[in-house]
Design a protein around this ligand. Structure first.
Ligand code: 0GY
Length: 304
């Protein structure tokens, strides 16, 4: 095999449960990935992990199993700036998927047009050190200048401790910002504490959308078993509820399938769906989180 899988890699959950919570019609999984297949879509030489394959077919089978209608497929670092697997998945899904790509400052106009025509509507900037060597802000600003005319937004992946050093750069970007996994708060601290308050002020002060995703990553004990453990989610609930209640019209949800870089346990994606009512506690909040907000951001031509 040309791309030996990272030792100890956890395969994505096979045979997820059928959710007890019925997703509203038109629900969007606004954060998921496709990996390979490596034989067709090689992984990037600069990657920091090598996952098992997780194909578009596997993703769309999960979509249908969970009762999701649409996907926003996000380029993962293992594919670097080669968006081929993403574009292939978008072309197969047609109007049922949109994408977030990774591009470099020298990306051609033709490539940007190809990405947009396939359904890409944003670029991703990753600041998580275990995943990438951070690009200089000048390069990221150059990318934004290239993609802003297309109406694209920027998806940001960072850890809460790094927000103070990144905040002014983020606020300077002239496009909407979408934050992955709530900016990965330290859930061993209080959701009413100064760290999360700083995050909430940042969201309030800027054109920022927040993904309330990845409860399996945001736990005091680290990624852990979620199979049937309702309380495995307890640590993130105060944080996610606060975000959904405060920014109800700017929150998004996603499975994060196939869940890269989890070390101990792999979530049953059916249980991730059953978690949603714990963080979006009314039907109106769930309609906004799962349907209206992602439609407005990724399918504005169809949004109600
Ligand atoms: O899938 C996620 O969103 C989380 C992770 C990885 C990536 O996003 C990526 O490699 O692009 C992670 O925390 O390892």
């Amino acid at each position: 095999r040309p791309f030996p899988v990272t030792p100890g890699w956890l395969d994505w959950y096979r045979g997820p449960s059928k959710p007890r919570f019925a997703l509203p019609p038109g629900s969007v999984d606004a954060h998921c990935h496709v990996f390979g297949p490596a034989a067709e879509f090689p992984f990037a030489s600069e990657r920091k992990y090598t996952p098992v394959d997780a194909s578009k077919h596997d993703l769309f089978a999960l979509r249908d199993h969970l009762g999701v209608t649409r996907n926003v497929i996000v380029q993962a670092t293992c594919h670097g700036a080669d968006n081929s697997a993403l574009v292939d998945a978008l072309r197969t899904a047609g109007d049922l998927a949109r994408g977030v790509a990774t591009v470099r400052p020298d990306v051609s106009d033709g490539e940007l047009r190809r990405l947009h025509d396939a359904g890409v509507r944003g670029v991703r900037f990753n600041f998580v050190r275990r995943l990438v060597d951070a690009a200089p802000t000048e390069a990221l600003e150059a990318v934004v200048r290239r993609v802003a005319p297309l109406g694209w937004h920027v998806v940001l992946y960072f850890e809460a401790a790094d927000l103070p050093g990144l905040e002014s750069f983020f606020a300077s970007l002239p496009v909407p910002l979408v934050i992955d996994h709530m900016g990965r708060p330290d859930v061993t601290r209080s959701a009413d504490g100064p760290e999360f308050a700083r995050f909430l002020r940042f969201v309030e002060a800027n054109d920022v959308w927040v993904k309330v995703s990845c409860p399996e990553r945001l736990t005091a004990t680290g990624p852990r078993a979620l199979d049937g453990e309702r309380d495995a989610y307890r640590d993130v609930v105060p944080f996610a509820r606060k975000v959904v209640d405060t920014f109800t019209d700017r929150v998004l949800w996603g499975t994060d399938w196939p869940h890269p870089n989890l070390k101990d346990h792999m979530p049953d994606d059916g249980l991730l769906v059953d978690h949603i009512p714990r963080v979006a506690t009314t039907p109106d909040r769930r309609q906004a989180l799962l349907v209206d907000n992602p439609m407005r951001l990724y399918w504005p031509e169809e949004a109600r």
